[in-house]
Ligand binder design. Structure first.
Ligand code: FAD
Length: 449
C-alpha cells in the first residue's frame, strides 16, 4: 500500500478511496432511514435508501472524473479512472435495485402483475425526470464503452461532461419532486453537501481550471520528428507564475488554447524540472491531434494544465531504481533519468527500454552517455533485430528482469514502469516475483480502455 505521506506529495492509498466511497453509500442509507423512520414497508424503505445512495454515487462520479489534481496525483490517474468506471457500474446496479425494490412486493402476485406495476411506475408523469436520468446514465456508459468505435475522442469528452451535468440536473429534480423524505432536515443537509460537491467539482473542471490556465502562457518552440511517428515537442513558459513539477509527472496540453475543455490531452513531461522554463515531450503520432503537431507553427500558444501523476522517484524512499519503458512509455522515464542526472544521483539505477526496432529506441544514445554520469546500467531490447544490433532481442522477460536486478537491494528498489498495458502488467508481476515489494512498483497507463 502506498504510504500516506511521502516527501512533498500527499499520497492517498486506494483502500482509503474505497473506504470513503463505502462511507458515502452508508451515510446515504443511514440519512434516509433517519429522515423517515418506519414510513413505509421494508421494500419501500429499501427502495428509497437505494435511490438516495444512487443519487449520491452519481455526485461522486464528478469528483472521480480524473480531473481533480489532488485526487489524480494522490492515487494516480489510472487508479482514479479505474474507480470511476467501476463506480459507474455500481451506480447502475443501485439504480436497478432502487426501481426493482418498488416493484418487489407485486412480484408475489406474478410476473405479469409486477410488469404492469413497473410500466405504470415508469410512465407516470411524476417519474419522467427520473426515467430520463436513468436513460441518460445508460447512454453515457454505453457511449464510454463504445467510444473509440463510435466517435472522436473530443466529441466523447464534450458529450460525456455535458451529458453528466444534464443527468445530475434530472436526478436533482427527481429527488426533490418524488422523494417523500427529501426535505427532512438530515437528508436535506446531505443533499446540499453531495450535490454541492458535484457542482463545485464541475465548475472547477470546466470554468476554474481553464481560467487559471489562462494566467500562464507557453510557447511552442519546435516539433522535431525523431522517427516517422515519434515527435519531440519543446515548449517554453513565457508568462505567469513559475511552473514547477516533479520529474515523471504529466500535464494536459491544449494546442488550441482559445478553446477550453475538451481540447486538451495528457502528455508526460520528458524533461526534468531542472530544464524549466523549458519542457520537452516525447509524443507518438497516433490520432488527429498528435499527427497534426508537425504542422503547428513555432511560436504558437499552448496551454499547460498540471502537473498531475505520481510516476515519480522524488519523495519516495528508495535505495535503488529500476525503470522499465516500452516504446513511447519512455517519455516520463527519460524525464526521471534526466532529472537524476542533473542532480548527480548516486543510487544504482537500472533501465530496461524495449521497442519494435532499434530506430525506435529514441534517446538510447543519450541514455548510454548517462552511464558515465550516473550509476546506471541500460538494457535495450528490440522485437526485430537488424544484423548490426548488439542488444537484447524479444520482449521483456523474467531473465532480463533478473539480470537488471542483479546485485541491487530488491527490498528497497523502486520500480517505475510505463508502456503498453499488457507489457506493464506482465512486467510488474515479474518484478514482484523477483522480490521487489508490490508497494514499490508504480506504473502509469497512457490508455484507459
Ligand atoms: C497520463 C497520460 C500520459 C500520457 N503521456 C503521453 C506521452 O508522453 N506521449 C504520448 O505520445 N502519449 C501520451 N499519452 C497518450 C496521449 O494522451 C494520447 O495518445 C493522445 O491524447 C492521442 O490524441 P490524438 O487526438 O492524437 O488521438 P485520437 O485519435 O483522438 O485518440 C487516439 C487514442 O488516444 C486516447 N486519447 C485521445 N485523447 C485523449 C485524452 N484527451 N485523454 C486520454 N486519452 C486520450 C484515446 O484512447 C484514443 O482512442 C498519455 C496519456 C495519459 C493518460
Amino acid at each position: 500500500m502506498r504510504a500516506l505521506k511521502q516527501g512533498r506529495k500527499f499520497i492517498l492509498p486506494p483502500s482509503l478511496l474505497a473506504a470513503l466511497y463505502i462511507g458515502l453509500i452508508a451515510t446515504a442509507l443511514v440519512a434516509t432511514a433517519a429522515a423517515a423512520p418506519g414510513s413505509g414497508s421494508f421494500a419501500e424503505e429499501a427502495a428509497r435508501g437505494m435511490g438516495v445512495a444512487a443519487a449520491s454515487m452519481l455526485t461522486a462520479q464528478f469528483i472521480s472524473s480524473g480531473r481533480i489534481k489532488a485526487l489524480s496525483s494522490g492515487v494516480g490517474l489510472d487508479v482514479i479512472l479505474g474507480f470511476h468506471r467501476f463506480a459507474a457500474s455500481m451506480l447502475l446496479w443501485f439504480v436497478a435495485l432502487h426501481v426493482l425494490a418498488f416493484v418487489a412486493p407485486t412480484l408475489a402476485q406474478g410476473p405479469a402483475r409486477a410488469g404492469q406495476h413497473l410500466l405504470t411506475l415508469l410512465t407516470s408523469p411524476r417519474m419522467l425526470t427520473g426515467v430520463f436520468a436513468v436513460a441518460g446514465m445508460l447512454a453515457i456508459v454505453v457511449a464510454s464503452v463504445k467510444r473509440d468505435a463510435w466517435m472522436k475522442y473530443e466529441v466523447w469528452r464534450l458529450t460525456h461532461g455535458l451529458g453528466a451535468l444534464v443527468v445530475l440536473a434530472l436526478t436533482g429534480h427527481h429527488v426533490m419532486t418524488t422523494g417523500t423524505a427529501s426535505f427532512a432536515p438530515g437528508l436535506w443537509a446531505f443533499w446540499l453537501i453531495v450535490f454541492g460537491a458535484a457542482g463545485v467539482a464541475f465548475a472547477h473542471i470546466y470554468v476554474g481550471r481553464p481560467l487559471l490556465a489562462r494566467r500562464v502562457s507557453w510557447r511552442l518552440d519546435a516539433v522535431t520528428k525523431l522517427t516517422p511517428r515519434l515527435l519531440e515537442v519543446t515548449l517554453t513558459q513565457t508568462r505567469g507564475p513559475a511552473f514547477s513539477f516533479i520529474a515523471g509527472q504529466f500535464v494536459w496540453l491544449n494546442f488550441r488554447p482559445g478553446f477550453a475543455q475538451p481540447f486538451d490531452n495528457p502528455f508526460s513531461i520528458a524533461s526534468g524540472p531542472e530544464e524549466l522554463p523549458r519542457m520537452r515531450f516525447l509524443i507518438k503520432a497516433v490520432g488527429d491531434l498528435t499527427r497534426s503537431l508537425p504542422d503547428l507553427p513555432p511560436g504558437a500558444d499552448v496551454s499547460v494544465d498540471g502537473p498531475h501523476g505520481d510516476l515519480i522517484v522524488e519523495g519516495r524512499a528508495a535505495r535503488a531504481i529500476l525503470l522499465v519503458a516500452g516504446g513511447v512509455g519512455l517519455a516520463p522515464l527519460i524525464g526521471v533519468l534526466r532529472s537524476l542526472a542533473a542532480q548527480g544521483d548516486k543510487r544504482p539505477i537500472r533501465a530496461i527500454y524495449a521497442a519494435g526496432v532499434k530506430e525506435n529506441l529514441v534517446y538510447a544514445e543519450e541514455m548510454r552517455a548517462m552511464e558515465s554520469q550516473l550509476n546506471l546500467v541500460n538494457f535495450f531490447t528490440v522485437d526485430e533485430a537488424s544484423p548490426d544490433w548488439t542488444g537484447g532481442v524479444g520482449p521483456i522477460d523474467a531473465t532480463l528482469i533478473r539480470r537488471a536486478l542483479d546485485g541491487i537491494d530488491r527490498d528497497h528498489t523502486l520500480a517505475l514502469i510505463c508502456g503498453p498495458t499488457p507489457m506493464m502488467i506482465a512486467t510488474a508481476d515479474m518484478i514482484a516475483e523477483e522480490g521487489v515489494p508490490l508497494s514499490s512498483i508504480i506504473y502509469e497507463r497512457f490508455a484507459y480502455d
